[in-house]
Design a protein around this ligand. Sequence first.
Ligand code: ADP
Ligand code: GLC
Length: 485
Amino acid sequence: MKLKVAFVSSEVVPFSKTGGLADVAGALPIELRKLGVEIIVFTPFYKSIEEGDFLYARIDMGDNLKISVGGREIDYRLYASLLRGDRVTIYFIDAPEYFHRKEFYTQDDDEAERFVFFQKALIDVLQRMQWKGDIIHINDWQTSLIPYYLKTIYAWDKLFENTKTVFTIHNIGYQGTFPAEKLPVTEILPEHFYPTGPAEFYGKINFMKLGILFSDKINTVSETYAKEILTPAFSGGLDGVLKQREKDLSGILNGVDYSQWSPQKDTLIPVNYSSQKIARKVENKKALASETGLKFSENTPVMAIISRLVSQKGFDLFLDLFDFFIEADAQLVVLGSGDEKYESFFRKLAFYSEGNIKVHIGYNNKLAHLIEAGADIFLMPSLYEPCGLNQIYSLKYGTVPVVRKTGGLADTVKDWDETPDEKGNGFVFGKFDSREFANAIERALNYYKDKRIWKKIQRNGMREDFSWRKSAKKYLELYNKALGK
Ligand code: ADP
Ligand code: GLC
């Protein structure tokens, strides 16, 4: 019998994306289907999906699709499409009042209501479909009340009697915490909200905490991060709760969708190349220079950043290195958006750099691909990193990563100097310290001058295989464990 899974995510490539969660949600279900899982995906219908160039159809689920949230009745509709032409159906829950906004995630007063609605609507749809599935796979706080709801306000429904829940934590830095006054709209039972209780976190409601306590299995997106979040420095205050669930907690490294992110297949870059034909990479370097306005110079290394500009990604380390980047014998391209203090730091850096540093504030997928293909070195000194995808993309593109040893970065990048037998694929530093970061960059810049060694480092990275298949098999095992098999 095929395993039946409903996969729920607040963002899914290509329909919606703010970060790596979307990449995962757009790829893992397809890989699971290839392993024989009968899987459907659920996500909100954002305004940008309606405005985008996507094919989807309205699904007739009968009249009167309504969900009550805080005593108000919210009408919704259901649409469906296919994940990238594959046989995986993705369902969109459409409630314009909640999801037709400028951003997917907001600071609006009804942020809790938006995702309470989404989760209740998902359960409503499953009920209307009479979906008697094995696993509901939830992702991050936006979906983490589902296990709680199934065991409380929907416990009456025998449909879900044998359904188990798997909770993937992509980032414990975002927990979905809301003021206690929101309790009635969340339908969290007052008996679960008391100091140190399952829903309570320093006087607030915490969606992620309930996910951790009520899911059957919990995992994070790398083995190292799974260990790190059991310690206070990484847990955002939830290490005690995670320890209670330690035997059900594991780490599964994300895979990468090489049909989108590999220099051989990438349709968004000017020239395709491979580890056999690395020499062609320079054509992309030229294109990157003309796209960004950098002065092309074949032997000047181009360093790159593609990132949300937030403290998680280690940008505080850059703040002390203004002169270092101005004086470096290298160019730098930055693509990202986020906190004002980092955006203005990079703008200033570009301003004073006399053309050697170019900064693009914003989100631009095509440019992200061109940067991966055209740059020489990728900088990712994260403070913490659950998995991280850009360093894995960089390995495949021969764009040597310089990373801090944490989370998924530690599990994917091997330092050239520290790894025997010329097996290293990048540069790694340990302590969260700007001097150490600068040293790692300097090591990379020095090796860049030695063409033989540099090619070796690039090839080692390009030959790594982080395709989804391996990881998807581990998810399948996790599903089976959740089912007690
Ligand atoms: P996170 O999810 O924490 O942001 P990941 O490394 O897992 O980090 O994933 C980030 C994803 O978002 C990658 O696919 C990356 O290419 C993409 N990305 C981040 N910032 C931008 C940007 N400014 N423009 C285009 N893509 C971006
Ligand atoms: C989160 C993490 C990132 C991870 C991504 C996908 O956004 O910050 O490290 O790669 O989720 O799991």
